[in-house]
Design a protein around this ligand. Structure first.
Ligand SMILES: Nc1ncnc2c1ncn2[C@@H]1O[C@H](COP(=O)(O)OP(=O)(O)OP(=O)(O)O)[C@@H](O)[C@H]1O
Ligand SMILES: [Mg+2]
Length: 356
């Protein structure tokens, strides 16, 4: 079932924590709400769940306007940031609870409990009580209790946040596969951009209650709507250099460095003076040897990640980050050379932040 927000706002006191949100999922789509802490993700989800009233605007599930429909009649299943398990019930009873209240047959309940427990690797915990579980185990139980139902929509608020890195990657794969197999529309909240990129059919990037961009992970990464999206998605972050365009000499010049532009840059930058150049770390080459036209840089620090190296550099007065191969080695403060792949640069309006 598709989900739709039409001009939805939520204000607490004076401040709008969700501001004129327009967002529509397709049926069966996995939409991720992504943004920094406090940007309004949970509030958005809580309004869809009916745990919070929208101050204005309309919320639809399918063709039904749900603003005035109580939570229990919205036919949604949710896992929330602050999930609560029933302390006196076993794990199996906790997971089975949503089916029991719907009077599903015992055999069917057992079959489904075992299936989700296996998927989330909590099969060995079924006879325990919640207090006998670790935080990550409890979180998986909460997730199991949500996905055991087959509702119209799943709502998930950081359901993997308490898991270690390995389990997180594994569970995110399981969730993606489950969502695909069931084809149930899912609204998934996270501030983890890697999770958003890997899970989502489309990502809705929010900032301070405002939707910044709603698009496929590919477009969010390659065609960010503005500087905020460009900076938030990708790790390490995109580099930004403030500067001026000199249309007559085909140059982009910051206080610290000067870069050559070509015809296509100038066409894009027509009529502009101050702009922000954006370049992703993977589009900066680093070498300990000099090459014609490369820029001299100083190594601030390097971080070996195992399969690659992040190189933090100073070029003139600019601090930039480049991704180099795992074999790249350089001492602190050593001199290296970089090439900015100018054909891969983005430009942003220095005032509005919008991508040019
Ligand atoms: N009941 C409330 N009363 C007043 N302000 C609130 C209330 N609930 C949330 N807020 C504020 O609304 C803003 C958005 O909160 P929300 O929980 O939606 O953020 P979030 O994007 O989910 O953040 P996080 O990633 O930290 O979970 C925050 O500034 C928060 O302080
Ligand atoms: Mg939240």
């Amino acid at each position: 079932m598709d989900v739709r927000f039409e001009n939805v706002s939520k204000t607490f006191g004076k401040s709008a924590v969700v501001d004129q949100l327009n967002l529509a999922s397709d049926d069966g789509e996995l939409v991720v709400l992504l943004g920094p802490s406090g940007c309004g993700k949970t509030t958005t989800l809580r309004m869809l769940a009916g745990l919070e009233d929208a101050t204005s605007g309309d919320i639809f599930i399918g063709d039904e306007r749900v603003n005035d429909i109580p939570t229990q009649n919205r036919d949604i299943a949710m896992v929330f940031q602050n999930y609560a398990l029933y302390p006196h019930m076993t794990i199996a009873q906790n997971i089975a609870y949503p089916l029991r209240v719907r009077k599903i047959a015992r055999d069917e309940i057992n079959r489904r409990v075992n299936r989700v427990a296996e998927m989330l690797e909590i099969g060995a915990l079924l006879e325990r009580r919640p207090r006998e579980l670790s935080g990550g185990e409890r979180q998986r139980v909460a997730l199991a209790r949500a996905i055991i139902r087959e509702p119209r929509v799943y709502l998930m608020d950081e359901p993997l946040s308490n898991l270690d890195a390995k389990l997180r990657v594994q569970m995110r794969g399981e969730l993606k596969r489950l969502q695909h197999d069931l084809g149930t529309t899912t609204i998934y909240v996270t501030h983890d951009q890697a999770e958003a990129m890997t899970l989502a059919h489309r990502v809705a990037v929010m900032r301070a209650g405002k939707l910044q961009q709603f698009d496929t992970p590919m477009n969010i990464y390659n065609r960010p709507a503005n500087r905020f999206v460009a900076e938030f998605v990708g790790s390490p972050s995109m580099n930004f250099i403030e500067g001026r365009v000199d249309h007559s000499s085909y140059k982009f010049a910051s206080d610290a460095l000067t870069l050559d532009l070509d015809e296509s840059h100038l066409a894009r930058l027509s009529g502009r003076d101050r702009v922000t150049l954006g370049i992703r770390p993977e589009h900066i080459e680093v070498s300990t040897a000099d090459h014609p036209g490369w820029l001299a840089a100083t190594v601030y620090v390097t971080e070996l990640m195992g399969n690659e190296t992040f190189v933090f550099l100073r070029v003139g007065g600019e601090k930039i980050i480049a991704r180099a191969s795992a074999e790249f080695r350089a001492e602190f403060e050593s001199r290296v050379f970089v090439k900015i792949q100018m054909e891969r640069t983005d430009f942003f309006d220095s005032k509005t932040g919008l991508r040019i």
